[in-house]
Design a protein around this ligand. Sequence first.
Ligand SMILES: [Zn+2]
Length: 124
Amino acid sequence: MSRRPIAQQPRAHVPQRPLWLCRRCAQPWPCGEARLALLHEYADDPARLRIYLTSCMHDALADLLKLNPETAPTAETTFTRFLAWTAPRAARDAADPAVRSEPSPARLAALSSLRLWRARRRSI
Ligand SMILES: [Zn+2]
């Protein structure tokens, strides 16, 4: 396991400023490979990863606004790109409407019980 910071690894997926595209794969940074590398690098300290990425997000917003204010990403888009993916799985699921709309087994059981209770009330 390499413990060298991502920026020191050969041919790493690092940002090219001021465009904030990956130097290696040209995807918006952090690209998928960069995210994996960052999660690995900061596995023991996820709070420090979020602090680092908050700094990157701040710099990216400033750079992209300076380059072209008309096409600069919104704060929400930038937050999703830089930070939302670092949240613990449970927090991401709670914020995701697609996941949130799917009932859990406990909710399904509760709904089933409620339907049975209503059916019994109607039959009395
Ligand atoms: Zn990349």
